[in-house]
Design a protein around this ligand. Sequence first.
Ligand code: HEM
Length: 435
Amino acid sequence: MRVKKPIPKTKELDSTLSLINEGFDFLPSRRKELQSDIFETRLLGKKSLCIAGEEAAAVFYDNKYFKRKGAAPKPLKKTLLGEGGIHGRDGEDHHHQKRMFLSMMTPERLEDMKRLAIEELDRKASEWEGMEQVLLLDEIEEVLARSVMNWAGLPLKESEVKQRTQELVAMVDSFGGSLTRFKEGAEARKSHEAWLKGIITDIRERVYSPPSYTPAYIVAMQKTPEGKFLDLEVAAVDLNNAYRPIIAAAYLIVFGALAIHEYPEMKAKLQADENNFSKLFAQEVRRYYPFAPAMAAKANRDFVWHGYHVKEGMLVVLDLFGTNRHPDLWDNADEFIPERFADWKGSPFAFVPQGGGHHHAGHRCAGEWMTVMVMQSFFKYLTENISYKVPEQDLSYDMARMPTMPKSRFIISDVMKIRQSPENIIKYRHSQTVM
Ligand code: HEM
């Protein structure tokens, strides 16, 4: 970890606009410029410490030093995260809710999600065969939205699929500072939460009875440590948090399709799948391509770190994307090399595309196993079950847009199904839950 003493400050007084304008490049480029993995700036007018690397992630995910209450900016709560949900909770209150989320992620339920998503993808692929061009990102978003709402036990009518999918996509696509996308995301959240509140009420009143292992049932019937049902607003936010985030995997699946296109040797490696290559590939896609830029927390005590006096209440921002590309942690960090994961030591703080630390003890993403499983099986499907062409298009992606994606949204054409059934993917046993 490179630390310059005294801890340097950015030239600009407040970096909020630079962060919006530079997106994923902001934190890594300032670290480079200031030659330090720790630097001070102001964000939304507040003095903030920006940090990156394995040691930084280890301190950031130590509950002794940090809390989440009040750390996320308001616009993010109105759109992506929701208000009052798990992201902003601390201590036993957080643990209590986190146990609920992790109880939804049993190996059987993860297999269910994989099967539902692959069956949906296979149905879509039949439609693609008759289409001149397929916008892969949009199609995968719908595949994931349909299958995850089914998985979550929601009573989704066919006539509603389009609206609910668009709401999920708008919430996920809302962060990064664009006013238009913020407004769309906030409206989508309002409408989606109103729908969920109705469903939760129906479950509690036994008007609607999804299976007891589904997120809809689990959240509706969850009690606080005091023995009361969750407040209806909070329950809607939590239920949404139990399935909406899989939409983020659509961006990464499309980036994976880009990698298969740009590195043609990947296709044969994925097809052969020696030593579970498809898993290494999914991990490298999560490491290499940008999705979650950073996380914020607040210091819950005064402490000194690398000679810097962190004051209680100070905002600290961990560079997730920059940690995944940190040269101390990864050889040839800016190159796409799936094989690097074959002998990866598995540090919970060096590879943090979905947060760091431990799933049960801290805020690390509850959906990480599901994400890897779905990504791996989609990459296998794209190479083993269909053939397609990638016509001329603008495949570049804008690092200033958060979240980002290939500008063309990845167009494919001449789709042909090679196998009539997706059983080969559904029965594939290596896509298991371990990281
Ligand atoms: C590409 C896919 C995904 C990405 C990039 C992603 C990213 C993240 C990130 C960065 C965090 C915050 C970690 C922190 O607070 O330090 C998080 C938390 C969380 N994610 Fe995901 N996630 C993904 C998929 C999922 C899925 C599929 C689910 C559920 C089905 C999920 C559920 C959650 C929950 C409940 C939390 C809150 C955990 C807590 O605060 O304890 N995520 N995710």
